[in-house]
Design a binder for this molecule. Structure first.
Ligand SMILES: Cc1cc2nc3c(=O)[nH]c(=O)nc-3n(C[C@H](O)[C@H](O)[C@H](O)COP(=O)(O)OP(=O)(O)OC[C@H]3O[C@@H](n4cnc5c(N)ncnc54)[C@H](O)[C@@H]3O)c2cc1C
Length: 501
């Protein structure tokens, strides 16, 4: 078997970035991927390709944008998303804890990460559909997310794979890694399973890019709690936490928030796992995160969150978890026709589940399993409370302060009255996106042991890394984190291999 300097485990965004980076730093690289030729690419492939990074102005975006002739561009206000804002957004989810070294590194390297991807033929488009609203004839961006990768997550991993292969990288599909092999504390190879056989592939260094434990019911129960056993898995079925187990065996310290994960409201009738067999455009259609323009009721017919607490990128993870805590892990999102054009496209796809009626009472009577009397009372009380802010102008581009008044649980922004038929109710449940706990690394992406010393030749990136996200994350930071740490893991592994004796 050919000798490799670096074995990268996984083929999502983080792993592919590590692979590309190791190759450009002169290493011979093999990727081993658990999925087969149809199912590689991990969660990264399921993403919308939104990437969060710090930028000062349009001048930073310009070199990254694929089509500068887009006629909307002269009429677009991107604003800025400073490092300070990115840090504040991360800190918002730290529950009072200061910014960690890894978070600071993520922010500092975020623009550089996109520039580096761009130098490797990854192209970006402004996120007009998801992150801008038309205001006074201009496309006004909100929430700090300016760009998506061309072709979304699928486009990202396909383009990265093309680059990886063209630089001379090798990949074995259907080849789950089982064990990192060491001799005298030196990495000597990886044991994998290939076509049912256990094989040993020699190497000098290993980069773990094999995701979290979100697809593993046993580990979900162990770390997140019993309720999470029934959560749907939004992405790949392959992220079973094996990377964590392999790392633990060679002495890696764990870090970060193991009791937490990212989850979002999803169509109650979505399959148990993400499904790559659906056309890419339809895959993400199970997500239901336009709740801020309506209200959410649980089985008891009660509201349970402030749907208008903040812009959606700052609340959907939190509300995904909140739904799981409701009876039977279910809720209904209710909208009137006024806001229908503002809902994400996924509310309009053929397989979206919903009820529809011309009055709120009729709508509630159609919803199976809800306490109908309470639901009608809740909606009436909501409308009365929303009416008290009818003088405040509804504005979806910012926190408009259009709040209900006098409810025990007010809706603090975008509290329109539900008064325009037809009314729709979408049944939702909670879908887990990824887990936050992982191995402890430093800024070179070296995996640390319990004495906080690097484990010689072992690196990690992406969801495998703990201590980057805690009680939530500003949407679009996952891919950026994968690229930042993947890029440095690949480089560190290549340099380590050069001095390997
Ligand atoms: C539906 C959805 C939408 C999302 N949208 C966004 C978004 O728009 N922007 C954003 O920033 N983030 C988004 N995220 C989060 C994002 O997907 C992750 O943060 C990021 O993709 C993680 O990348 P990764 O490379 O670490 O893991 P992954 O992309 O999951 O890759 C892990 C890989 O490791 C492989 N693997 C696992 N175990 C083994 C093993 N033992 N041996 C070999 N291979 C193994 C898996 O098969 C997989 O290919 C989304 C996630 C989901 C599920």
């Amino acid at each position: 078997m050919k000798n490799f300097d670096v074995i990268v485990i996984g083929s999502g965004n983080a792993a592919l970035c590590a692979g590309i980076s190791a190759l450009e730093n002169g290493a011979k690289v093999l990727i081993v991927e658990k999925g087969d030729e149809k199912e590689w690419g991990g969660n990264s492939r399921y993403t919308a390709g939104a990437m969060r990074f710090a930028f000062e102005s349009f001048e930073d975006l310009k070199p990254l944008i694929r089509n500068l002739d887009d006629e909307r561009l002269p009429n677009t206000v991107f604003g800025s998303y400073t490092k300070e804002k990115f840090l504040a957004d991360l800190k918002h989810f730290n529950e009072g804890e200061p910014i960690t070294e890894l978070q600071q590194f993520l922010v500092d390297e975020s623009l550089g990460a996109l520039q580096w991807l761009s130098s490797h033929n990854i192209k970006f488009d402004p996120s007009f559909a998801r992150q801008s609203f038309l205001k006074d004839g201009k496309h006004v961006f909100w929430g700090g997310l300016a760009l998506d990768v061309e072709g979304e997550g699928d486009g990202l991993v396909q383009a990265e794979m093309k680059e990886y292969l063209s630089l001379g990288g090798v990949i074995y599909y259907d080849c789950p890694a089982e064990e990192i092999l060491q001799e005298n504390d030196k990495i000597i190879g990886v044991r994998c399973t290939k076509s049912g056989d256990s094989i040993i592939i020699p190497c000098k260094t290993v980069v773990l890019g094999c995701g979290g434990f979100e697809a593993n019911r046993v580990l979900r129960e162990k770390y997140l709690g019993e309720k999470w056993v029934s959560a749907k898995v939004r992405g790949t079925r392959h992220n079973m936490g094996h990377g964590l187990e392999m790392a633990k065996k060679v002495g890696a310290a764990f870090s970060g928030y193991f009791a937490g994960c990212h989850a979002t409201p999803m169509d109650k009738n979505m399959p148990e796992y993400g499904n790559l067999e659906l056309p890419h455009g339809e895959r993400k259609h199970y997500r239901k995160i336009s709740y801020l323009f309506g209200v959410m009721l649980n089985k008891d017919g009660k509201r349970f969150v402030d749907e208008g607490l903040d812009m959606r990128n700052y609340t959907y993870a939190q509300f995904g978890k909140a739904i799981l805590e409701q009876p039977d892990n279910v809720a209904w999102q209710i909208f009137d026709a006024k806001v229908a054009p503002l809902l994400y496209d996924e509310y309009r796809v053929n397989h979206a589940s919903f009820y529809e009626a011309y009055t709120l009472e009729e709508l509630v009577l159609k919803i199976e399993g809800i306490n109908q009397t309470e639901a009608i009372n809740t909606l009436k009380a909501y409308n009365e409370a929303a009416n008290l802010s009818s003088d405040i102008v509804f504005d979806p581009t910012l926190k408009d302060g259009k709040t209900t008044k006098g409810l025990t649980l007010n809706k603090t922004n975008w509290a329109n009255i539900l008064d325009t038929p037809p009314f729709k109710a979408y049944p939702v449940t909670s879908g887990i996106t990824f887990t936050y706990g992982g191995v402890k690394v430093n800024k070179k992406a070296e995996v640390l042991n319990h004495d906080l010393e690097p484990i010689a030749g072992l690196f990690a990136c992406g969801e495998m890394v703990g201590g980057v996200f805690y009680h939530g994350y500003p949407g679009g930071s996952g891919l950026t984190s994968g690229t930042v740490f993947g890029r440095f893991a690949g480089k560190s592994a290549a340099l380590f291999s050069k001095n390997y004796q």
